[in-house]
Design a protein around this ligand. Structure first.
Ligand SMILES: C=C1C[C@]23C[C@@]1(O)CC[C@H]2[C@@]12CCC[C@@](C)(C(=O)O1)[C@H]2[C@@H]3C(=O)O
Ligand code: AKG
Ligand code: FE2
Length: 363
């Protein structure tokens, strides 16, 4: 059976108070997992292979039955993989190469692009790290807006190959994210007119977005640590590209096919994994639930992934769409902006959704 993880208890001292240099391991050159990265209580639910009823839905975006397939996947899983998205394999190869180039830099050079306190962008620990007493077996680089400032610090003489790929990625993913957002709203039974009226994102230029580059070095003892702790994303939806190394898992509820379990989302070449985030959970009034997921590490292979987080313009409040509420089911959540919600998450982590609840969800 593969590794299993439970959420560890809150640390006595949040890691965000510790200078980055002190907890940034030297490119993970360890023969064993040090105590700083050894997670206790790693075994909560079993991990199962993605077969039979545990096969993550794979949806071709050119399928004539697209809306129905998305509806079923969002309702039953909160996650699906997509083909037929039109993004060229060559481009994904270029993207992967630049991510490897970034994380292969010496640790002291990467720290030149470290996230400054209070900043979203830069190299360092993922924001949720501050909720855990143990470190995750990963490095991250968050990009919100232009990557230029940080890329110039990393490669003063050759930053454009990185910036070009990241900017093109931002561009194509905004368009793909916007298309998926509309398909997801259609799959909730809304008409095109309803969507024009209710969708917080008018067009793809309008969307707020962030890119998260994740690196998971090979680990000598993968069952003792975790790459990225279990979480939901705060976005409307997240599009994730993973290289050929498996690691992403989603939590499935107890149902007639088995107990609560972690299901691996296999790396299918040239696909993206789409997952429902907390703000879509709110917008759909709880019909499409955000999905709990985590990343495991591999004993021999370096895993990388890139998340593209799609959300509403920062100043737009998102609440349940009127048409999705009614006499039997009033609005379950109060409206929030993405900014306000992210602030709540930084304080409350996995209790943030509960904190904006104003009604009862249907089980
Ligand atoms: C827009 C964002 C989503 C994110 C916080 C951020 O400002 C940029 C990083 C994103 C990320 C990536 C790893 C998991 C996650 C929970 C985290 O800690 O940082 C997500 C955040 C999120 O979904 O709120
Ligand atoms: O690396 C992965 O597969 C998961 C990454 C993720 O969940 C995130 O960046 O939010
Ligand atoms: Fe995530």
């Amino acid at each position: 059976m593969a590794a299993k993880v439970t959420m560890p208890s809150l640390p006595e001292k949040p890691l965000s108070n510790v200078p980055l240099q002190l907890h940034q391991p030297k490119n993970f050159q360890f023969d064993s997992v040090p105590e700083s990265h050894a997670w206790l209580d790693l075994h909560d639910h079993p991990t199962v292979e993605p077969i039979g009823p545990d096969t993550v839905p794979l949806i071709d975006l050119t399928d004539p039955k697209l809306t129905a397939k998305i509806s079923k996947a969002c309702e039953e899983w909160g996650v699906f993989q997509i083909t037929g998205h039109g993004i060229q394999p060559d481009f994904l190869t270029r993207l992967e190469a630049q991510i490897h180039r970034l994380f292969a830099l010496p640790a002291d050079l990467k720290l030149n692009a470290a996230k400054s306190p209070g900043d979203v962008s830069g190299y360092g620990l993922v924001p949720i790290s501050s909720f855990f007493s143990k470190l995750m077996w990963s490095e991250g680089f968050t990009i919100s807006g232009s990557p230029l400032h940080h890329a110039q610090k990393l490669w003063p003489d050759d930053y454009s190959s990185f910036c070009d790929v990241v900017e093109e990625f931002d561009n194509v993913m905004r368009q793909l994210g916007n298309k998926l957002l509309h398909k997801i709203l259609l799959s909730l039974g809304l008409s095109k007119e309803d969507i024009i009226r209710a969708c917080p994102v008018r067009d793809w230029h309008d969307m707020s977005a962030a890119v998260q580059l994740n690196s998971y070095p090979p680990c000598p003892d993968p069952d003792r640590t975790i790459g990225l702790a279990a979480h939901t994303d705060s976005s409307f939806l997240t599009l994730l590209y993973q290289n050929s190394v498996s690691g992403l898992q989603v939590l499935r509820p107890k149902d007639h096919t088995g107990p609560m379990r972690w299901v691996t989302v296999p790396p299918v070449p040239n696909t993206f994994t789409v997952n429902i985030g907390d703000l879509m959970h709110v917008l759909s009034n709880g019909r499409f639930r955000s999905v709990m997921h985590r990343a495991m590490v591999n004993p021999a292979k370096h895993r990388i992934s890139v998340g593209f987080f799609c959300g509403p313009p920062m100043d737009v409040k998102v609440g349940p769409i009127n048409k999705l509420t009614g006499p039997e089911r009033g609005p379950v959540y109060r409206p929030v902006t993405w900014q306000e919600y992210q602030r709540l998450r930084r304080k409350l982590f996995d209790k943030a959704l509960e904190a904006i609840k104003i009604g009862e969800e249907i089980a």
